[in-house]
Design a protein around this ligand. Structure first.
Ligand code: EPU
Length: 421
């Protein structure tokens, strides 16, 4: 098991490249189940969740090659419609195989993902969408068994905007007979890119990037290639790391519009950013950042996946801020760990009240999930003394060698093997 040992207090400077987006590639990979042949996905991050998804696709009969950042997937030998618990329990995004398998083969047996570190995270919307398209769904011994002769186009309205359910519904509807309409569809960049990829395969999706998708089912899809977008959450995480250490950094990141909500909040706190020629620069020439409230919401609102990192930044800001999570009401496992570093934070329902302190002190802390780990690394970079972040296997699920990027920027952070759990 690995941990990070961080000697805090170093200013960051220099330039790093933001990796490809984890959450979009986790949708692009299973989308290839919809065709037969060789697909290519460029700019895929080398992170454990991506390896987990590729293993699941192998289990279904997909052959793959992952070199550097390019994944080639040969879907001509798919021979199973079964996604076992062993794979799905590791990663909720595994449920993305449901829509494509069902629409292409008329059958899928996919393990229910179960709970997660910060709450139940149901999949009812995914299942309701499949039923709307004509599937019969049974839940048996922890498995979803979905069956249909041919899916039939339908009107699907999501009461709650859901990234995963929109992705699954789209992947099911593209091969259904006739037209489907999805309203209150998620418009996160990862879902927009999935729709673009499906269209490259020959799908007929209109309204891409809007909350209303019109999909005309087609008989078959062909293999396609795509270059994945860059990871907006990694970009935001690095910006928070620079902001908390009052540093100046540059990111090779070409989609600043994907994190406008974070950039706007940084500006409110006194931290300036600028974008020129594919480089997003941040300059935190401040004695102390101002406290700024954030409330998470669906895109283009402030992302829930940046809430924990923002809280670290605010723990050293001047004044009091409120961080409210409207997407996941319980996503506050990082709070007790930040408090161990000297932060003053109280959680009240789905809000955390953060009273800025003058300094944080290094301590041993424990990652509880992916973004919680990132928030502890950020806090450790600014804390006096040494911070050890344990259980960073959570972080390795979604950040490609973040410690190397931080080292390039001048941080004192080491990965060490430990027997501590
Ligand atoms: N929801 C339901 N029923 C459903 C599905 C969702 O009630 O069937 C609710 C959820 O409980 C939540 C809201 O809808 O309150 C939104 O959840 P969503 O379905 O959009 O989340 P997801 O697709 O499971 C993706 C990301 C998450 C990110 C969320 C929100 C992937 C692989 N995961 O999850 O990423 O937090 O969208 O933006 O794309 C992360 O990267 O750390 C991460 C957790």
């Amino acid at each position: 098991m690995d941990k990070f040992v961080i000697h805090g207090g170093k200013k960051l400077s220099g330039r790093v490249k933001v990796s490809g987006a984890k959450n979009s590639v986790l949708a692009l990979l299973p989308a290839t189940l919809l065709n037969s042949g060789i697909n290519t996905i460029d700019n895929a991050p080398q992170v454990n969740d991506v390896y987990t998804m590729i293993k699941l696709l192998h289990q279904l009969g997909v052959a793959s090659e992952f070199s550097e950042h390019t994944v080639k997937l040969d879907t001509s030998g798919i021979n199973s419609m079964f996604a076992p618990y062993e794979h799905v329990k590791k990663m909720r995004a595994s449920v993305y195989v449901l829509g494509p398998l069902l629409s292409r083969y008329g059958y899928a047996k996919v393990s229910m993902p179960g709970g997660c570190a910060w709450g139940p995270r149901p999949i009812n919307l995914h299942l309701e969408a499949m039923k709307k398209l004509g599937a019969e769904i049974e839940l048996e011994e922890g498995y979803i068994i979905a069956k249909s002769n041919k899916l039939i186009g339908s009107r699907i309205h999501f009461d709650v905007s859901s990234v995963g359910a929109t992705g699954n519904a789209m992947m099911a509807a593209v091969l259904a007979k006739g037209a489907s309409y999805i309203s209150n569809a998620a418009i996160e960049p990862e879902i927009t890119q999935l729709a673009e990829y499906l269209n490259l395969m020959g799908a007929k999706i209109n309204g891409v990037g809007t909350t209303v998708l019109e999909i005309e089912g087609v008989d078959e899809l062909k293999p396609a290639s795509i270059s994945n977008i860059s990871d907006r959450i990694e970009a935001g995480t690095l910006l928070c790391a620079a902001a908390i250490t009052k540093s100046n950094i540059q990111l090779e990141y070409n989609s600043p519009e994907h994190i406008d909500s974070v950039i706007a909040k940084l500006a409110d706190s006194g931290v300036q950013t600028s974008f020129n020629d594919g480089i997003l620069s941040l300059s935190a020439q401040i004695t102390s950042a101002s406290s700024v409230d954030v409330t998470t919401s669906v895109y283009p609102g402030f992302p829930t996946d940046m809430q924990a990192q923002w809280m670290s930044f605010m723990s050293l800001a001047e004044g009091t801020s409120t961080v409210t999570d409207n997407i996941y009401h319980d996503r506050f496992n990082h709070v007790p760990e930040l408090v161990r570093l000297g932060a003053k934070i109280e959680v009240n329902n789905n809000s955390a009240i953060v009273k800025g302190v003058k300094s944080l002190r290094g301590a041993k802390v424990m990652s509880t999930d992916l973004r919680a780990s990132a928030c502890l690394v950020i806090a450790g970079l600014a804390a006096e003394g040494t911070t050890e972040v344990l259980r960073i296997y959570h972080l390795d699920r979604g950040y490609q060698k973040i410690e190397e990027k931080l080292k390039t920027l001048g941080a004192d952070i080491q990965r060490e093997t430990t027997t501590e759990f």
